[in-house]
Design a protein around this ligand. Structure first.
Ligand SMILES: [Zn+2]
Length: 86
């Protein structure tokens, strides 16, 4: 293993929390709500990034272009986040 995170210490009692997906350690503090808020934040951030990207690509982006890039940014952010699980 490349880190101490997956060590022999974790070989027992390491179910994951159904709410937040974190390991259910003895000191587990569930942050399912926080995680959802975080996901929302990432999605909004991705949308804004896509929004900004439209201005980078075009000097005067039309409204449909802004809409499409904002949606694209949000969806891409969600996809990357799901893939990377951060
Ligand atoms: Zn939890």
């Amino acid at each position: 293993m490349h880190s101490g995170f997956v060590g022999e210490r974790c070989s027992h009692d390491m179910a994951t929390c159904p709410k937040c997906g974190e390991y259910l350690a003895a000191d587990h503090r569930c942050w399912g709500v926080r995680r959802q808020l975080q996901a929302l934040g990432y999605t909004v951030g991705g949308g804004l990034a896509g929004f900004a990207a439209a201005f980078v690509v075009s000097d005067r982006p039309s409204e449909p272009l802004l809409f499409v890039t904002a949606i694209l940014g949000a969806v891409l952010t969600l996809a990357v986040r799901r893939y990377a699980r951060f």
